[in-house]
Write a new protein. Structure first.
Length: 351
């Protein structure tokens, strides 16, 4: 039987996260509390000391009696008390039966979750239809000696890093509200300049709570030239992985590429903290576009990124498409299709 936790059960939610074999900050109660696009829930299936936990955002489907499940921004997906490959087959089968029963009882039409490319979640999710190959993400291997890692940079990255270092760029960490506000201004200007949708525009409290969280290690790193902040990135540290969560560069410094300098500096900081990987993520919509090429200028370590796209109630799903006049065969990569909109970026110059 599935047990459902909401934001009202903070300590119990985080108890499962802490007891999991591996997790990222995307799974925590606090990170879910920052998302206003649905009601955060943590689904638990448990047998003895073993469990599977799956965080979601439960959303009302407008003008219908139905709901759907989605995931927070980032790389969540299921976690468990053991490596997925070590979970008993019976436990996995029972989880599947209980999960499907939960979806039916709760009038859930569809389920979408981004999966974490570092975890072996596919072992569990392959039991369902709907594991979708999204493309590749880029990571830097911090297990390599620093000089070996740097030899993997392409010439443009190497030149930009050297140029910034010679000009006196330097990195500082900060939790000061005025520095957070500066990052918000730069980030918001970036997003508006490239024509981002509201989905990528977060309110001030989101940034402040993220950086001051007690549940995970999130940091704001600022790149200075003299007294001026030129670029900044919010990163997280969890289970040996640094996630490059949000990054922005002041428009007047784009041609100097301080973000490339910052990536190199983060690999040094990561080694000092015993981190194993720096994850930069993928391209826009996880395509091998100019953003992906920018990231791949640092590394040849590419990870397969998958998402879970499951239709729990096909009849209701088709009904919603028909109600909205959406062609079932329309060629856009969006799920669930009844919520489809086109996210169009006119530029990728924010890095």
């Amino acid at each position: 039987m599935i047990k459902l936790l909401t934001l009202n059960e903070r300590s119990e939610w985080n108890s499962y996260i802490k007891r999991s074999f591996v997790h990222d900050f995307y799974h925590t109660w606090h990170y879910h509390s920052l998302d206003n696009s649905g009601n955060p829930i943590l689904l638990i299936y448990e047998e003895g000391e073993n469990f599977i936990a799956f965080p979601f955002l439960k959303r009302v489907i407008p003008d219908s009696p139905f709901f759907d499940l989605s995931s927070v921004y980032g790389y969540p997906g299921p976690i468990a008390s053991k490596k997925f490959e070590h979970l008993d087959e019976g436990l996995i089968n029972n989880f599947k039966k209980s999960f499907l029963k939960f979806l039916k009882n709760e009038q859930i039409v569809s389920v979408f979750s981004r999966l974490n490319p570092f975890f072996d979640q596919y072992i569990l999710m392959k039991e369902f239809e709907g594991v979708h190959e999204n493309g590749l993400t880029v990571a830097l291997d911090l297990n390599l000696p620093l000089d070996v890692q740097r030899k993997k940079y392409d010439r443009s990255a190497t030149r930009a890093i050297k140029r910034c270092r010679n000009k006196g760029y330097f990195v500082k960490e900060s939790k000061r509200q005025e520095d957070i506000d500066t990052f918000i201004d730069i980030y918001t200007e970036n997003m508006r300049r490239i024509g981002s949708t509201e989905y990528y525009l977060f309110d001030k409290q989101y940034f402040t709570n993220l950086i001051h969280s007690k549940e995970f290690d999130c940091r704001l790193l600022l790149v200075y030239l003299g007294d001026e902040i030129t670029c900044a990135m919010i990163i997280s540290f969890s289970h040996g992985i640094i996630q490059a969560h949000l990054v922005a560069t002041k428009a007047s410094y784009l041609n100097q590429s301080p973000a490339k300098f910052l990536v190199d500096e983060i690999t040094i900081i990561g080694r000092e903290r015993g981190m194993k990987f720096l994850h930069l993520g993928g391209g826009l919509g996880f395509k091998e576009d100019s953003l992906f090429r920018w990231k791949s200028a640092f590394s040849d370590l590419f990870l397969n990124y998958k998402s879970f796209r499951f239709i729990a109630n096909r009849k209701a799903y088709n009904y919603l498409l028909d109600k909205r006049g959406i062609d079932k065969k329309i060629a856009i990569d969006y799920f669930p299709l009844y919520r489809a909109f086109i996210t169009l970026f006119s530029s990728l110059s924010f890095i």
